[in-house]
Design a binder for this molecule. Structure first.
Ligand code: PHE
Length: 357
């Protein structure tokens, strides 16, 4: 009995976890445990023997149970201590100001553009980034055989065999939002639609995802003159240069007639680009008078309404305004770059408070 006692108390003292303790409990005082088997032998003993052995065995059982319980508690305490030690947290440490996030230049510029056009009475419209090829092409007077489709390097969504739904694309421009807006709200209207667009292209000046802002203004008598005024007012506000000159070059888009590409005035002195001075030109957007077929596709009567549309690269004007040389850096998520070019989350661009404060 002393051997039994020494063995079990020794092993309990050395147990490392609750599982081991449970195994020991079963081996010693479980139904078929060694102590229990010994108790069963009591029946075969003489009454005198039993009177001595009975209490001894009971005492041993109690002693083992007590040791098990004590060890269990000690193990739980040790586990808690370990947790408290590893999960220790000094709540009195000061915060780390360097970890404050910044507003991405694209978000900042989108806000700036929105603030300027909002001031001229333009509302913000949105459309899906995955759209049908009808909204992205057909409704914009780009039929399926049209070369503009091939030129756009379109990403087509995968279609399972037997799927008869119209083909979907990642929109190649924000112009489909023109159609969606006309369908919903008709004319007159004055909106901009900023957002992501996608084309399969990648080099220093092209990324497969980039940003555009669409503009659409429809009314009875809107003309190219209104377009020119609005864009010049926009560039003056955006680049913070009064009287910035624009140049309209005749161009072609299937969805506008006539069409013009618009350049802004700039100078290159000593490799330094300056916007709004000198006699150089930089192309920044495509525009024109909305094609009658496009109005029709949007459910607007081309005999009653007319207007202008434009599409501008947000990334491009962000690079020009903030001197960012490589387009791809916008999307690298490099923290050092983000901290350098990012904007304070607390200074929201407004015309009265300053656009780029
Ligand atoms: N959607 C054209 C593009 O992505 C830009 C544009 C928009 C041109 C509206 C004219 C009118 O290049």
């Amino acid at each position: 009995m002393d051997d039994l006692r020494d063995t079990y108390l020794g092993r309990i003292a050395e147990a490392r976890d609750e599982g081991e303790l449970e195994t020991l409990r079963v081996e010693a005082v479980g139904k078929k445990g060694e102590v229990s088997l010994k108790m069963r032998e009591l029946g075969k003993m003489s009454p005198e023997e039993r009177q001595v052995m009975g209490p001894k065995l009971n005492a041993l059982k109690d002693e083992i149970n007590a040791a098990l319980a004590a060890k269990k508690e000690a193990l739980a305490d040790a586990a808690l201590d370990e947790r408290l030690r590893t999960e220790w947290l000094d709540v009195t440490l000061p915060s780390r100001p360097r970890r404050t996030g910044t507003i991405h230049p694209i978000s900042q510029v989108t806000e700036e553009v929105t603030a300027i056009f909002a001031d001229m009475g333009f509302a913000v419209a949105e459309g899906p980034q995955i759209d049908t090829d009808w909204y992205n092409f057909d409704a914009l007077n780009i039929p399926s055989h049209h070369p503009a489709r091939a030129e756009m390097d379109t990403f087509y969504m995968h279609r399972a065999e037997g799927d008869n739904r119209p083909p979907h694309v990642l929109r190649t421009h924000t112009s489909p939002v023109q159609i969606r807006h006309m369908e919903k709200f008709g004319a007159p209207c004055r909106i901009i639609a900023p957002g992501r667009v996608y084309r399969a292209d990648y080099d220093q000046t092209h990324t497969p995802m980039f940003h555009q802002v669409e503009g659409l203004a429809l009314d009875k008598d809107i003309s190219m003159a209104n377009l020119k005024w609005v864009l010049e007012a926009f560039f003056a506000a955006f680049f913070e240069v009064d009287g910035i000159k624009t140049r309209f070059r005749a161009s072609h888009f299937p969805f506008t007639e006539p069409s013009a590409e618009v350049d802004i005035q700039c100078s290159w002195e000593g490799g330094q680009l300056k916007i709004g001075e000198g006699d150089g030109w930089l192309e920044v957007l495509g525009s024109g008078m909305v094609h009658p077929k496009v109005l029709e596709a949007g459910g607007v009567d081309p005999n009653a309404w007319q207007g202008f549309a434009f599409g501008m690269g947000i990334d491009r004007i962000a690079m020009l305004k903030y001197g960012i040389p490589d387009l791809r850096a916008f999307f690298d998520s490099d923290l050092r770059w983000l901290r350098h070019y990012g904007f304070s989350a607390l200074s929201v661009p407004t015309l009265h408070g300053g656009l780029s404060g």
